[in-house]
Design a protein around this ligand. Structure first.
Ligand SMILES: N[C@@H](CCC(=O)N[C@@H](CS)C(=O)NCC(=O)O)C(=O)O
Length: 235
């Protein structure tokens, strides 16, 4: 039976971090809110009682429902034999994935520094200030950390000789930052050769090539996490 992935249907958002390894591994899934509509997602969350996820994305495996991106990816990697087999390496890749979650939250707060429930237009001044410190301090700090992680392994991937979900997540991070901050990324990308090589290796995976060319890949847009507001992007 195909897994049911539930996520907002019009954005890449956090759901993309789950879609990518499903696509790369050729795992059968239904992107339910895209096939059934956004009201179906809201209704579905309501049916899950005390076990309801706090927020999408969540994956219904047929026997249980898992929310939180890093948690979903840990389960998927284990269930589909994608995870590093060595325990220390496995826990390190989960640690990296949780750090991706942290960075994604900060990326979101760049354009929503005051309140997630308010529009960007209502917090533009605070967003400009937040973007400035994000570009100058947080972005290089996170990217330095991930770049160093790419040095742990001689091969094409973060760990071992095959990709795992942290690789597809780092691909998405690079792709998203390039969309959101094209000027800033162009200025600093050369500092991250390992990360850019990793991005390119993921982009060349057959499942990812097919996915990116398909209409299943939603274009980046200004409703998602990685939003391009030119007034927030400087080298
Ligand atoms: N830490 C969670 C965050 C989930 C999350 O914030 N989902 C967003 C969409 S990207 C949402 O729908 N949030 C609704 C809310 O926080 O009320 C994860 O990584 O899955």
């Amino acid at each position: 039976m195909a897994y049911q992935l539930w996520y907002w249907p019009s954005i890449q958002g956090r759901g993309e971090f789950v879609r990518l390894p499903l696509e790369a591994a050729g795992i059968d899934y239904e992107d339910c809110a895209r096939t059934r509509g956004v009201d179906a997602l809201i209704a579905d969350m309501d049916t899950r009682g005390p076990y309801a996820p706090f927020a999408p994305p969540y994956l219904d495996t047929g026997t249980m429902t898992i929310a939180q991106v890093a948690h979903i990816l840990t389960w998927l990697a284990d269930a589909h034999d994608l995870a590093p087999t060595d325990e220390a390496t496995l826990f390190w890749t989960i640690q990296l994935q949780l750090t991706v979650t942290d960075m994604v939250a900060e990326v979101h707060n760049v354009h929503h520094p005051i309140a997630g429930g308010k529009y960007y237009d209502e917090q533009k001044d605070a967003a400009a200030a937040n973007a400035e410190q994000f570009r100058a301090e947080r972005m290089p700090k996170f990217l330095d950390y991930f770049e160093k992680a790419t040095q742990a392994n001689r091969g094409d991937w973060i760990a071992g000789d095959r990709w795992s979900p942290i690789d597809t997540s780092l691909f998405q991070l690079v792709a998203g930052l390039r969309y959101m901050f094209p000027k800033r990324m162009e200025a600093i990308e050369d500092d991250y050769p390992g990360l850019i090589a990793l991005h390119d290796h993921v982009a060349a995976l057959p499942g990812i090539v097919a996915y990116l060319a398909s209409d299943r890949r939603i274009a980046f847009n200004e409703d998602g996490i990685f939003r391009h507001y030119p007034e927030l992007d400087f080298a």
